[in-house]
Design a protein around this ligand. Structure first.
Ligand code: NAD
Ligand code: UFG
Length: 331
């Protein structure tokens, strides 16, 4: 049975994936420096699964400590979630983003090489498609073009690094999972997205507005050529996403495999607001402001490859995500 190291496993997507892995009977250890997460996540994982995974409080930039984790781990698989992920911040602090995301990944890969760990799943992003000049992306589209921020560039660069590692080692297995827009949380309401600092993404901002921490949501533009003028995205429930990792791990094979993880269905910002209001029974204060630089009007996934090859399909809806989010918010 696989033994998995989840880097960034205390974070939003990582913690949900760790729960699903443990539920399936996999042994998991976590490496995380709690830059964007809290140690209490471990208690929550334990209360949802009955298992408290071993936690390594380690910065992946510390190559020696990363090596220590691998030395004693006997891992068969790595799922690499750890990294910095705020698009706007990456424009302000490019060097931090390149250092953490790229150097951190190199440290993980060096330790994997040293200790003979041959399988890695990487948290990539639809952002690698840049501006695809079409509304729906499949995996065959070119990547790395018209990337508008350092965060997106690190995702593209790491994908390329991982492809090169596969060329050099024919036994090495890389799975690139390109997430679209993860939302929602565990249905218990125990685990959820609780970023340190000011959030950038739509759902965490909606949650802060609902809590009264932020006065109102700014809707970035209502003059796009979409059904209600606001941008359309493919919001994927984080538990569906988590299960995608497990199926990807169970289908690992030498070489590079690439999958979009999304629903294939687009939802506008106004539809997200309505869904939240419907699920909560409360009004969500918002105002329409100008467009955000770099936003595409529409971006949705063609996720047929994941369905065909992994047997994975998103099962949950935006309504499920809203219901679970409200449960998490209300504790
Ligand atoms: P998150 O910030 O909740 O989780 C990332 C985890 O990595 C955090 O627990 C953080 O403490 C940890 N970390 C950061 N720097 C570290 C370091 N130097 N050493 C060790 N641990 C470190 O983010 P998330 O939303 O769960 O995203 C997980 C991955 O998925 C990231 O790589 C992100 O870029 C990618 N991704 C996220 C989204 C999204 O919208 N959430 C979309 C596409 C891709
Ligand atoms: N939005 C608002 N107001 C806000 C925040 C967001 O109107 O305060 C809108 C955006 O304009 C966009 C939508 O809500 O139309 C979603 O925005 P997010 O910032 O939540 O997500 P993005 O689609 O911009 O980007 C996200 C991740 C990236 C990833 C990308 C892939 O942040 O890492 O999805 O599609 F690459």
């Amino acid at each position: 049975m696989a033994k998995v190291l989840a880097t960034g496993g205390m974070g939003y997507i990582g913690s949900h994936t760790v729960v699903e892995l443990i539920k399936k009977g996999y042994e998991v250890e976590i490496l995380d420096n709690l830059y964007n997460s809290k140690e209490t996540v471990l208690d929550k994982i334990e209360s949802l699964t009955g298992v408290r995974p071993k936690f390594h409080y380690v910065d992946m930039l510390d190559a020696e400590k990363v090596d220590e984790v691998f030395k004693n781990g006997n891992f068969t698989n790595v799922i690499h979630f750890a990294g910095l992920k705020a698009v706007g911040e990456s424009v302000e602090k490019p060097l931090e983003y390149y250092k953490t995301n790229i150097d951190g990944t190199l440290n993980i890969l060096n330790s994997m090489k040293k200790y003979g760990v041959k399988n890695i799943i990487f948290s990539s992003s639809a952002t690698v498609y840049g501006d695809p000049h079409q509304d729906t992306c499949d995996e065959s589209l070119p990547t790395g073009r018209e990337l508008t921020n350092p965060y997106g560039k690190t995702k593209f660069m790491i994908e390329e690094i991982l492809k090169d590692v596969c060329v050099a080692d024919k036994d090495f297995s890389v799975t690139l999972l390109r997430y679209f827009n993860p939302v929602g949380n565990h249905e218990s309401g125990l685990l959820g997205e609780d970023p340190n600092g000011i959030p950038n993404n739509l759902m965490p901002i909606i949650m802060r507005v609902a809590k009264g921490d932020i006065e109102e949501l700014s809707v970035f533009g209502d003059d796009y050529k979409t059904r209600d003028g606001s941008c359309i995205r493919d919001y994927i429930h984080v538990v569906d996403l988590a299960n995608g990792h497990i199926l990807a791990m169970e289908h690992e094979k030498p070489g590079v495999s690439i999958y979009n993880l999304g629903t294939g269905t687009g939802t506008t910002v106004f539809e997200m607001i309505n869904a939240f209001e419907k699920a909560s029974g409360e009004k969500l204060p918002y105002k329409v402001v100008g467009r955000r630089a770099g936003d595409l009007p529409i971006l949705t996934a063609n996720a047929e490859k994941a369905e065909r090859e992994l047997g994975w399909k998103a099962e949950k809806t935006v309504e499920d995500a809203m219901r679970d989010t409200i449960k998490f918010l209300r504790g």
